[in-house]
Write a protein that binds this ligand. Structure first.
Ligand code: COA
Length: 155
């Protein structure tokens, strides 16, 4: 398997949804569980593209609903790798409502950890992450701090 380092741009993933009545809760807002499903899928595509492996979600570190979304909204999910370990990858997924003029309002941000699996369904090494700008370096440092905080909490 090719373990050449990759950049976040190599696996960057966007997915789009138009909210129909099947995605709403009883009072006409986007059902949170439906957005969580889309976030998980978007993160899995990012991690598959980074590792070229099947992947599984092992942790949702943070998932914050910042604003509601309503029927007929265009929701855009943007996922990228922010940190990699030996076999695991931390993926940030930000979800936006895109208005008719093209502007975007953040409605959710989430951080997930996924693990690459080999042919025997066991964790397997992933390519290193090459950071190309300050925004990526900041996201990487924040992900590292979240990992260290988790380790501290589990001690
Ligand atoms: C993910 C899984 C394969 C890891 O198995 P494991 O025996 O713990 O494997 P390892 O100890 O070798 O850990 C593999 C990687 O996962 C990371 N990991 C394991 N448990 C973790 C946790 N709770 N939180 C964050 N990372 C975790 C390890 O740190 C390691 O990362 P690294 O190689 O980058 O250092 C296993 O826990 C699993 O299959 N879980 C179920 C996942 C699933 O079904 N998800 C869908 C839910 S419907």
């Amino acid at each position: 398997m090719n373990l050449q380092p990759k950049t976040p741009a190599d696996s960057y993933t966007e997915s789009v949804q138009i909210l129909n009545l099947g995605t709403m809760n009883g009072y006409n807002r986007l059902f949170g569980g439906k957005l969580m499903e889309w976030i998980d899928i978007c993160a899995a595509v990012v991690a598959r593209r980074h590792s070229n492996r099947n992947v599984t979600t092992v942790l949702v570190d943070t998932l914050e609903f910042k604003d509601p979304a309503y029927a007929n909204s265009l929701v855009v999910l943007c996922g990228k790798v922010v940190y990699v370990g030996r076999t695991s990858m931390d993926v940030c997924v930000k979800s936006y409502v895109e208005k008719l003029d093209g502007s975007r309002q953040l409605i959710n941000s989430a951080y997930l950890t996924l693990v690459a699996l080999d042919e025997n369904d066991k964790p397997t090494p992933v390519p290193a992450l090459t950071l190309t700008n300050d925004e990526e370096r900041l996201a990487h440092d924040e992900a590292k701090a979240r990992r260290e905080a988790r380790k501290g909490a589990n001690r």
